[in-house]
Design a protein around this ligand. Structure first.
Ligand SMILES: Cc1cn([C@@H]2O[C@H](COP(=O)(O)OP(=O)(O)OP(=O)(O)O)[C@@H](O)[C@H]2O)c(=O)[nH]c1=O
Length: 639
């Protein structure tokens, strides 16, 4: 066990330290607490020492092996790594060192360029590859920081970005620099604080962040945590870009959502018989223990921003219903069909057969929400949203909007009961229970079935291209879209991959109606096969597509389906799962988490959870793609 104690005696002068402490009341708040820096970086030690912080150094044993592909952004990767480094030390200390720290600080610095994350070079050649990539370009340095409050079981995390531009560097200069030995223990292969400073043309942002620790933001965060009530001096620190400044985490649970390769944190209890918090089981608290409520808080910019967020949330349901109603009454179609694309409120009222007063209010609300535009002469459709709002057209979301209005809205009116009982509220909302969601709720009556299919069709149309082009599938000849509904996704795959024939497989009653949705120029490489993917034999294919399927089912049912696919697959064949991927810490996206509230037996999962489910059936994750569209995608190959 390596523990380095930092001794005050090594400081140059006591007077100097006292001045520091006085200058920084935040740092002095930590006096008397056992603060641990979970880092072997001499630069972090120096930065924190220089401001008078007293701490112990216990380098983390956490290996930086998280799968980078599972993170949407480099800073999420850096923050998660910092969190894992700090958690490892927080868990180990009570056992190996027989003391529980008050605070553990972890950090991780990465350099990003050309969409790549660069960490410490493994050898000289690697350093050369990194530095020559950085030559003549601007790059970003992200440091993720995690502060663990061990007794409160809270993790505060944040990151800082600094932009650095390198001059054009000759090979001779690069090799001379590499041979100095400086690059080897530094992210991106350089040290801006030493010889590496000579490579730099400019720095935008916090210099110390590049060196390895964003001191300024760190102090602001400490201010947020330790300021006494009534003092606003430190409460103005910016909120973590990760979300709320402090997230409360409960005692550790099995790390179901940990990315592959990350350790689980359901370790043994600490000396007080409590578990150290685990970052992988994110539980959100709206109440921040460490921040006492301050009545004048809403006078600050931050307070005002939070108030407007609250107002937005309180009114959110009204805004949704305005969109649903305007869409159902065909307001957008009516505006489009007018010769000028512009109408007076009374013309709209007449066309949609509604009262003048009601129509006027609806149109005004639509203008305020950015759905319509008011001109000198009347009301106009917003060009940018129009193609989503019309009832026809390639990118129409009308089907999904109406599904939200007719099915999801009634379910959400029973949310309280759904939360209390943990069950779906179909019976309360629609007067009948649904044991089999698809047979009983979605595909029961003709019009309900059509509405559900229109909803799935619009999602597939809007997201299909991004999903179909997410991965290179050129080596595959056949694909099977399981539960492909109207075939919209299958047609997108056929369009994106000229060498691919796609079988659309769905229940007979769905296939029967899919003709309504067939495009005029239907590609004959798409064929339709009827069957139940839980009961019937699956068509043979090189690629199995599961778009918006798995979230509807429990892990148990998912395993049944995946084992059938695994049996049908030859080595090298693959499964492409397309869903909303939850962030690894389950803090977002809210679109996915809100959808989960009206789910029946299914659940929303992160990319690594899908990856683990597939791994247990012999599929290795090849790539993950966050599309920034309605659905993300993961490609897993049979071993
Ligand atoms: C860009 C840059 C980086 N660094 C050092 O690069 C390491 C990053 O690696 P890490 O994984 O974040 O930390 P580590 O050194 O492995 O320590 P640990 O916290 O124990 O993981 C840290 O040292 C930083 O100072 C510099 O010293 N100067 C610079 O200009």
């Amino acid at each position: 066990v390596t523990t380095w104690h930092y001794h005050r005696a090594t400081e140059p002068a006591t007077v100097h330290t006292v001045t520091m402490v006085l200058m920084n009341p935040v740092i002095s708040k930590l006096t008397g607490k056992l603060v641990v820096l979970a880092s072997a970086s001499p630069r972090r030690l120096e930065i924190l020492t220089n401001v008078g912080l007293r701490f112990e150094v216990v380098p983390s044993w956490f290996k930086e092996t998280l799968d980078k592909r599972l993170f949407k952004t480099p800073h999420e990767y850096a923050v998660e790594t910092a969190k894992q480094k700090a958690l490892e030390v927080a868990k180990r200390m009570p056992f190996k060192h027989l003391k529980t720290p008050d605070i553990v600080i972890g950090a991780d610095t990465v350099v990003t360029v050309d969409g790549l994350i660069l960490e410490k070079p493994v050898d000289k050649q690697d350093a050369y590859r990194m530095l020559s990539r950085l030559s003549g370009k601007e790059h970003s340095v992200f440091t993720g920081v995690a502060i663990i409050l061990c007794h409160e079981k809270e993790v505060i995390d944040f990151y800082e970005e600094t932009k650095v531009k390198f001059a054009d560097l000759s090979d001779d200069l690069l090799w001379e620099y590499i041979n100095s030995g400086e690059p080897m223990d530094k992210a991106g292969g350089y040290g801006i604080q030493a010889l590496g400073g000579m490579l730099v043309e400019y720095v935008h942002g916090d210099f110390l962040n590049v060196v390895g620790f964003p001191l300024n933001q760190f102090c602001k965060k400490l201010g947020l945590i330790f300021s006494p009530p009534g003092s606003l001096t430190h409460n103005s620190a910016q909120t973590s870009p990760q979300g709320s400044p402090v997230d409360t985490v409960p005692p550790a649970e099995p790390a179901a959502s940990s990315p592959p390769g990350s350790p689980t944190h359901n370790g043994p209890p600490d000396s007080q018989g409590q578990n150290i918090p685990s970052a992988s089981t994110a539980h959100v608290s709206t109440h921040v223990n460490a921040l006492k409520y301050n009545v004048r808080e809403n006078e600050t910019e931050d307070g005002k921003e939070k108030l407007s967020k609250m107002i937005e949330l309180m009114d959110g349901f009204k805004a949704s219903k305005v969109l649903f109603t305007a869409s159902k009454l065909h307001v957008f179609d009516v505006l489009r069909s007018s010769k000028t694309g512009e109408l007076q409120a009374e013309d709209v009222a007449q066309e949609i057969k509604a009262s003048m007063k009601g129509t006027e209010r609806l149109l005004e609300a639509c203008v305020s929400l950015g759905l319509l535009q008011r001109t000198g002469k009347g009301i106009l459709s917003q060009f940018l949203t129009l193609h989503f709002l019309l009832s026809d057209g390639p990118l129409s979301l009308q089907g999904y909007i109406q599904h939200c209005n007719e099915l999801v809205w009634p379910l959400f009116t029973h949310l309280e009961t759904a939360v209390r009982e943990g069950t779906n509220q179909h019976e309360k909302a629609f007067g009948k229970s649904s044991d089999n969601l698809f047979q009983d709720a979605y595909y029961s009556r003709h019009e309900v079935k059509l509405r559900f299919m229109k909803a799935m069709h619009s999602i597939a149309k809007v997201s299909g291209r991004d999903v179909a082009t997410a991965f290179d599938l050129s080596k595959y000849k056949t694909a099977c879209d399981l539960g492909g509904c109207t075939g919209a996704m299958a047609y997108e795959f056929a369009k994106a991959h000229p060498g691919l024939s796609v079988t659309m497989f769905d229940l007979p009653e769905v296939i029967e109606m899919s003709g309504h949705f067939r495009p005029h120029d239907a590609d004959d490489r798409v064929s339709f096969v009827a069957g139940d993917f839980f009961k019937d034999e699956l068509p043979k294919a090189d690629v199995y597509i599961l778009a918006r399927i798995l979230h509807d089912w429990s892990d148990e049912k998912v395993h049944i389906l995946l084992s059938k696919i695994a049996k049908a697959c030859n080595p090298g064949c693959c499964v492409l799962v397309s869903e909303i991927f939850l962030d690894e810490d389950r803090k977002g996206p809210s679109r996915g988490l809100l959808q989960a509230l009206s789910m029946t037996e299914g659940r929303q999962r992160s990319a690594s959870e899908y990856s683990l489910l597939l791994k247990s059936h012999g599929f290795t994750t090849a790539q993950v793609k966050h599309t920034h569209n309605l659905l993300d995608a993961i490609l897993c190959v049979a071993e």
